[in-house]
Design a protein around this ligand. Structure first.
Ligand code: NAP
Length: 254
């Protein structure tokens, strides 16, 4: 049995993860932590991560907290030789590099996925394939209005993966101007990213490719948080067999 501690257990994702871990025969929930004390599904929620990691002795810490605290949580887990499985978004390339170094130095594998939904992973892989042939592309990501960071980690990773297979270039008219600030979206190596935040959404993304006389749209919708659970459970089961830092659910698929 792989022992799992859930950090951010009182949050939207944390509660869903806790229930999924509890229902899985290969995983054993040994602890739950959040900013304030509470109870989820009969499990007591502690507030001191450092103490909980020592007392509960988990193999894996799942983190769905906030962009401003996730780095600290991950470094703490690695220092105690507990493997982090991280869903919290907002980590920069710089902080990921520090996590990679710490994971290697402490011989404690770590796993980060900006999106744990298999459909979203396929959307990114397909986008990378299409971009080779249709290099003009814009990304629209749509999320619920409680999301703290923008753009979404998925949009950023999609842009990064696309830019690995196409030359950076300016899109749209060379002389285009913005009469309203940022109306053309953010720019990632020439790829425009647009973030929508509205009540009613969970997590959605469209990748739109434009070519001569045609467009191709790849769209993924997470309509419920259960869409992320198979990916989270798979990462909990596989992380201890990895080395250093692994980023992206695609790395765990055959
Ligand atoms: P949420 O409902 O706000 O949950 C976050 C929880 O973490 C809250 O209960 C929060 O408490 C708690 N928290 C804050 N600081 C903490 C600390 N220092 N230690 C422990 N817990 C702390 O957010 P969510 O919707 O579950 O999303 C969480 C993260 O997961 C976000 O970054 C989101 O973008 C990401 N996400 C990733 C995926 C993926 O597939 N990778 C999917 C969905 C969401 P307070 O409310 O009191 O601050």
């Amino acid at each position: 049995m792989i022992k799992v501690l859930v950090n951010g257990a009182l949050g939207r994702m944390g509660r869903t993860v806790l229930a999924a871990v509890n229902a899985d025969e290969e995983l054993k929930l040994v602890g739950a932590v959040d900013k304030f004390p509470g109870e989820v599904d009969g499990v007591e929620v502690a507030t001191n991560l450092s103490v909980a990691l020592m007392e509960c002795q988990p193999d894996v810490m799942v983190d769905f907290t906030r962009p401003d605290v996730v780095f600290e949580n991950v470094m703490l887990a690695i220092s105690k030789k507990v493997s982090p499985v991280v869903g919290t978004t907002g980590l920069s390339d710089e902080t990921m590099e520090k996590i990679r170094e710490a994971a290697e130095k402490n011989d404690t594998p770590a796993f980060i996925a900006p999106n744990f939904a298999i459909g979203a992973v396929l959307m990114m892989l397909l986008s990378q394939k299409v971009a080779k042939y249709m290099p003009d592309v814009e990304i629209i990501e749509l999320h619920h209005d409680k999301k703290l960071d923008a753009p979404s980690g998925t949009a950023e990773l999609t842009a990064k993966m696309i830019s690995e297979v196409r030359e950076a270039h300016k899109q749209g008219h060379p002389d285009e101007t913005e009469r309203l600030a940022h109306v053309r979206g953010a720019d990632y190596e020439g790829i425009k990213i647009h973030s929508v935040r509205l009540p009613g959404y969970v997590a959605h993304q469209e990748v739109i490719f434009g070519g001569l006389g045609q467009t191709l749209t790849i769209r993924h919708d997470s309509t419920g948080r259960d869409s992320f659970m198979p990916g989270v459970l798979l990462a909990c089961k596989k992380v201890r067999g990895l080395k250093g830092l692994t980023v992206g659910l695609d790395k765990l698929l055959d």
